[in-house]
Design a protein around this ligand. Sequence first.
Ligand SMILES: [Zn+2]
Length: 388
Amino acid sequence: MFKRLFAFIVVVTAIFSISSCTEKIDNSEDKVWAWVSGSINMSDEKMEEYFINCKECGIDAIIMECHGAKPAILDSTTFRDDAAIEIISRAAQFAKKYDIELHAWIWTTNRTEMTLRKAHPEWYQVNAQGESCLDIKLYNREHYRWLCPSHPEVTEYLKDRVRELAEIDGLAGIHLDFIRYPDVILPYGLHESRGVVQDKVYPLWDFCYCDTCRENFKKLTGIDPIELEDPTSNQEWMQYRWDLMSKMASDIAAEIKKCGKVASAAVFASPEESKKLVRQDWANFRNFDYLFPMIYHKFYDFDDQWVETATREGVEALKAANNSAKLCSGLFVGHVPADRIPEFIKYVKDGGSNGICFFSLEGINHAPDYWTKLKEALSAVADEENNS
Ligand SMILES: [Zn+2]
């Protein structure tokens, strides 16, 4: 998986030291990635510390969150996401300094900005009870506000957000998170802590039954989906929603590529679980360079070995869908004990992942000894593959 990793880093460093390019972008090899939350309040010192630690540890690429759950900051008179632009512009300086790839992580269908909520409430998703996600607090989460992909204007709005970020000098790629419907069923390990019973699909959590979706589906099939007694058993209605989300994801990824950036997305753990829990058929997300299934296995109540199983299922689903995106397994640091990192690297490697991604740098920071153990594990893998 990490074959020729160090040789590759040397070559890339050499290429970039003699070229005029300012971004470190290379898709030819497997990499070690990590997610981190960016914040407008993060000091330069703190930001730089992350880049230094990644450089020393052997992490090649940072995916930095620059939008989400910060409605006060995002509220402005225009839709331009100035906070996101500022976060990524500052990080880009350190990305260049430490020769680490930087990807801007944005929220996609889940958009919290008050300007948008006020200007276009009709763009937001509606559940099978006819309630807009703007009018209820889904799962008691203030930030659960979901755009509906049936509106072409929604895709255009998101393309605008992509373009304004893509202008930042030194940015390697744009990473789409929440490119899905709200959880119709939460991952199984979370039901108790969130106080929900979800033994089947219930209308409260089943989206999107907005007027546009209902009309469009009725034109296609003659059926108003809100009248379906068991919507989940209607294959056409399921497919309609899967396809709608796949089309929007593919269109936004095409825009990222048009801007000359690496297109990636964080997706649910396995293709089948994703379709079932969040109506996300990511094997059919087109135009992406990378798809990162978040294989946070304990949230699903699965054992450690499932990391390998889910990785393999994802790789096979991409292949079956003739999708050229690379799969890179994402692991939850809290589910991967520091002294067992090599075992988990083996799971993703054996499952066929192209590289590995850790959630998150904050998690690594908070776990005692994690940086040291991760560095040891990554060095050992690189040494082993250099010698093979
Ligand atoms: Zn809709």
